[in-house]
Write a protein that binds this ligand. Structure first.
Ligand code: NAP
Length: 281
């Protein structure tokens, strides 16, 4: 049992980020510039619809204009790319977010690559990924950036620690691994073909769960005093970590909901404002 586990409160971290952003939105609007995020949703996946709505609401609350584009399930790759190109050329739009996943028949990578780097506020392009790998990204992927922001907010040391990341997706597992490495953690990246996963997780000072499987990480996989960041968000508001089982063993843990999720949205808002400021310098 860990004496007193710290609950890493994502709402608290997000609110602090948003407080700082409110002043910057005020400065932009005083110059006649309204930051604008365009979100593109293809198809009718209910979870994706919820995410896009939450992002739009968060924009509006902060005074960021939210332009919502909802395309039919049958939209082709070429049609989607044409919409993205129109947004690239629209000087009123500062950030473009293509909600993942897109329907199977759409070439998601081609669509992501169509986003102009200056408007790639979710760090989904190959250039954005590479810049993140070099530690020079203007817009690192929002969820990885949120995980780092939570660690920094609570002044949890990263350098020299052994971080085990479960998941290697291009928007989450891989970029967060690189960000932790750039902060001098020793990083182990695990995936579906990893052998001895539980043994590797037991060695971790920092565990990042980005698997997409409800309550996947078990309490008896966790080293006493480890820090757990649960990026998972599965139906029923369930993370990728068995929260109740891990809580007494970890020194710090993010809950689901109200952990990584709200900070991810705050990062998206921040990147949109950064983009608006950059284009108007
Ligand atoms: P993803 O693209 O499906 O990737 C899942 C990763 O988990 C893959 O790398 C996969 O390995 C690995 N994996 C699957 N089963 C495994 C197993 N049994 N053992 C070890 N690794 C396994 O998912 P994602 O987009 O990265 O998202 C991951 C989670 O984060 C989901 O719950 C998603 O809802 C959540 N998410 C949350 C936010 C937020 O704002 N909080 C944002 C984005 C995503 P392979 O590569 O070998 O297939």
């Amino acid at each position: 049992m860990y004496a007193q586990t710290l609950i890493l409160d994502g709402n608290r971290v997000a609110n602090q980020i948003k407080e700082d952003l409110a002043a910057r939105v005020g400065q932009l609007t005083a110059k006649g510039i309204q930051p604008c995020l365009a979100t593109i949703l293809v198809g009718d996946d209910p979870s994706s619809e919820t995410y896009v709505r939450m992002k739009g609401n968060a924009c509006r609350r902060l005074g960021i204009h939210s332009r919502r584009i909802h395309l039919d399930q049958s939209t082709t790759t070429d049609e989607l790319i044409a919409v993205i190109q129109e947004l690239n050329e629209d000087s009123q739009v500062h950030g473009i977010l293509l909600q993942h996943p897109v329907p199977h028949h759409v070439d998601e990578r081609a669509a992501f690559e169509a986003i102009q780097p200056e408007k790639d506020v979710d760090g989904v392009t190959m250039l954005g990924f590479a810049q993140n790998a070099f530690g020079i990204a203007s817009f690192p992927s929002c969820t990885p950036a949120a995980i780092i922001a939570i660690l920094d907010h609570y002044q949890i040391p990263i350098a020299g620690k052994h971080a085990v990341v479960i998941g290697r997706s291009p928007i989450l597992g891989k970029p967060v691994s690189l960000m932790l490495l750039n902060r001098n953690a020793t990083v182990t990246i695990c995936h579906s073909k990893t052998e001895g996963l539980e043994h590797l997780v037991r060695l971790a000072d920092i565990v990042v769960a980005a698997v997409g499987k409800p309550a996947f990480v078990q309490g008896d996989w966790i080293k006493q005093g480890a820090v757990i960041l649960d990026a998972g968000y599965n139906p029923g508001n369930i993370g990728d970590v068995d929260y109740e089982a891990c809580l007494p063993i970890a020194s710090a843990i993010t809950p689901v909901p109200a952990g990584v999720g709200p900070v991810t949205i705050a990062m998206l808002l921040k990147h949109t404002i950064d983009a608006a400021e950059m284009t108007n310098q």
